[in-house]
Write a protein that binds this ligand. Structure first.
Ligand code: 13P
Ligand code: SF4
Length: 393
């Protein structure tokens, strides 16, 4: 099935780091005097600030972070592992999250009251998370109610969504999922209802429903928040098993079947391994599919001499290539680039945030209001209680 064109965003993208748009995770201004990127002492400054903070600080680093930042992470991981790790360090007064805004929000929700979560640059949002706004989700639900299907629908939101959408899902007896446990989450939902409403990544939702649960493409319909009634009739909604939100990752959504054909010609015997945020036909043509943790494990455990073409974010793929000189690790597509928002967290922002903490100033703190946090925690706790982590192949 062909990749649907990206849905228009309600607002034009603001230049990152300039101007403020409080309703979304885009373009939030970063105040303060950052050290210049050219400062040769940045590494030493980060090290000194980290040492001064000692056990009061715990730094989480997502696999898509830059090398210059990831070297300071106390733990690295995919969104699932990092959400567990955030909850597992109550001794740390400050959790510095090197990742994106929705991850830091989840960390704030899962950590204790006395802990403060810091995102070194507020402009580190996620375009996929921005594709689902809470008012649009409420509107969709009221259409489900009018169509008489809401009682049968269990909502699942991908971790890559704002806290208010996680709270919405918590209030409506649903769960959060990550790319590591989308399969078990969807099975859990189908044990409780007849239909799943999957937000905001249509590709992860479709790949999970069709590849992992054996549903057909026709069992899935696409809810377009920019069309009246989501662009669907009541009959289509009643017939559907999975209602997919029309959102996607601007990085993973760009890999194509052509990139797979091309790399198979360039690198004979290559194993194509991709993230489930990729389009359905990309995933169908790949050899292995799984979360970032899964990709790392598969490459690490492969015998020397193996060759992999990897369809995920470039910072991680470059690092894997460096860490495995005995294997061939190439990027799946020559034209796809870094996740621009993950890349917002650079060494100057990290040093600035850490030095402020040393001086007693908490900058760029992420706080989720109590009511939203309560219901989002309900949904996150349901996810954390699910059995196993369903890494796929
Ligand atoms: P995971 O870390 O859960 O694999 O998700 C990938 C991603 O796109 C995070 O933004
Ligand atoms: Fe969002 Fe995609 Fe970037 Fe992950 S890689 S933060 S899903 S835009």
């Amino acid at each position: 099935m062909a990749f649907t064109e990206p849905a228009p965003t309600p607002l034009a993208l603001l230049l990152l780091g300039h101007g403020a748009d409080p309703d979304t995770e885009r373009g939030v201004e970063c105040p303060g005097d950052l050290p210049p990127a050219s400062d040769p002492a940045l590494v030493e400054r980060a090290r000194a600030a980290k040492e001064a903070l000692g056990d009061r600080l715990f730094i989480l680093g997502h696999h898509y972070q830059r090398d210059e930042v990831i070297q300071f992470a106390d733990t690295t991981g995919d969104s699932f592992k990092l959400s567990q790790q955030a909850a597992a360090h109550p001794e740390a007064e400050y959790i510095v999250f090197c990742g994106v805004h929705f991850m830091a929000e989840s960390a704030d929700i899962l950590t204790a009251e006395h802990q403060k979560v810091v995102l070194p640059d507020m402009a580190a949002g996620c375009s996929m998370a921005d594709m689902a706004q809470i008012d649009q989700v409420r509107e969709a639900w009221s259409v489900f109610e009018a169509a008489g299907i809401a009682e049968a629908v269990v909502p699942i939101t991908y971790m890559n969504s704002s806290a208010d959408i996680k709270a919405f899902v918590g209030r409506h007896d649903g769960t959060v999922c990550t790319s590591s446990n989308a399969k078990v989450s969807m099975e859990w939902a189908f044990d409780r209802g007849e239909k799943v409403f999957f937000l905001p990544d249509q590709h992860l939702g479709r790949n999970t429903a069709v590849r992992d649960l054996g549903l057909s493409l026709d069992d899935c319909v696409l809810w377009d928040p920019h069309k009246p009634h989501g662009g669907l009739t009541d009959e289509q909604l009643r017939a559907a098993k999975v209602i997919l939100w029309r959102g996607h990752c601007s990085v993973h959504g760009r890999f194509t079947e052509a990139s797979i054909r091309d790399v198979r010609e360039r690198v004979p015997g290559v194993t194509v391994i991709v993230h489930p945020e990729c389009q359905y036909e990309v995933v169908q043509n790949a050899d292995l599919v799984g979360s970032t943790e899964y990709i790392i494990k598969a490459i690490s455990e492969a015998p020397a001499g193996s060759a992999f073409a990897v369809g995920t974010e470039l910072n991680l793929v470059r690092r894997l290539a460096i860490e495995h000189p005995d294997k061939t690790v190439v990027f799946l597509d020559r034209d796809v680039c870094f996740c621009s928002t993950m890349n917002r967290i650079d060494l100057p922002h990290l040093v600035w945030a850490l030095e402020n903490l040393v001086a007693g100033n908490v900058v760029q703190q992420i706080t989720v209001d109590e009511d939203t946090a309560h219901w989002a925690r309900v949904a996150l706790d349901r996810m954390l209680a699910l059995p196993g982590v369903g890494a796929k192949d």
